[in-house]
Design a binder for this molecule. Structure first.
Ligand code: SF4
Length: 92
């Protein structure tokens, strides 16, 4: 009478990444910007790496599109690409 194959893992995340953060090469090495981005992003998508701004890939899908990172980066140098509808958020 037990349901064979039933799991208790709960909700599964869909496979795949829906958000991409694109950094211009000119800001990648900016550790001060990396620090500000890491501090501002509510879901820890940025971290300060040895070479500057690093993206925490496993957190990308947590992006809430708050645009705080866009306000911190120089205009046009950081873009949030929504892969599911191929639109881009950026400051110009
Ligand atoms: S839009 Fe907000 S949540 Fe998404 S990467 Fe930028 S700061 Fe983080």
């Amino acid at each position: 009478m037990t349901a064979a194959g039933e799991t208790q893992t709960g909700e599964r995340r869909l496979h795949g990444v829906f958000i991409q953060v694109e950094l211009d090469d000119s800001i990648r090495g900016d550790r001060e910007l990396a620090r500000k981005l890491a501090e501002a992003c509510p879901v820890d998508i940025f971290k300060v790496g040895e070479n500057g701004v690093e993206i925490v890939e496993e957190n990308l899908d947590e992006c809430v599109l708050c645009e705080l990172c866009l306000d911190l980066a120089p205009a046009g140098k950081l873009r949030i690409r929504k892969l599911y509808d191929d639109t881009v958020l950026e400051r110009t």
